[in-house]
Design a protein around this ligand. Sequence first.
Ligand code: HEM
Length: 240
Amino acid sequence: MEDRKDVFSLIVSASETDGKLTMSDEELVGNTFFLLFAGHETMAHIWNATIGFLALYEDAQEEAYREVVAVAPGDTPITFSMSTKLEKVLACFLETGRLFPPGFVLMRDTTDDVVLTTYDEHRVESKIALSRGVRVAVDMVGLHYNPRHFPEPEEYRPSRWYDVPESEHSFYSIGPRACTGRKFANTEACCFLAHLLREWRLKIVLRPGESRQQWRARVLRAKATMTLGVGDVPVQLVRR
Ligand code: HEM
């Protein structure tokens, strides 16, 4: 156990060490649950849907594939510094997360009296006053489908995310309590997708008479459990 440096082993050893930083059983369970849920389920949901989108939108898949083979040709191991160059691959992941944000409602308590400015669909401004101590539910799906922020929001358009700084990758939330794992998550996303795309071509399997749009509506539909994602995404993998 002492030699192991993975995060769960570190948490367990922290709980077994005596001292100021000892983790209680409650903290051990809390942190394990949190990592599984915040760090694993969220990723799995976006990957799942990204595979569906890339299979459906062959141009986006081809562009991402070309980027991967330019950055990491052959079977070169994909390193951290390579992963930071996979802008198009990352954009495919971010665009999926926009359409299906795993954290679909974020809760916030106001720490002060605040006035929020809102706009209706005709861009008419109005104000909402919130007093201190009010609980606010931030609707992340509503935000991500708002055409003021994302024109033609139903379109799968990874290029929206080119050159967007990490602090604005909105499905991780924004501001001081945004996801602390987002750098890790983006890196992991790029590495996994790069390995997958380098070796496999993803293809959808249409039912008799089914159009691509109908496939999207059937397969890429929201399914909310603890986090938001889509259901099963059956695709065909063809070796490149
Ligand atoms: C694509 C994957 C991920 C998504 C969509 C995601 C999303 C989010 C969101 C929306 C929040 C803010 C929650 C809130 O304000 O109520 C958050 C917080 C957090 N996430 Fe992630 N996350 C992801 C991956 C990860 C990973 C891989 C880790 C850890 C390895 C992680 C660790 C955390 C932590 C520790 C917080 C709490 C930050 C705080 O309260 O200050 N997340 N995440």
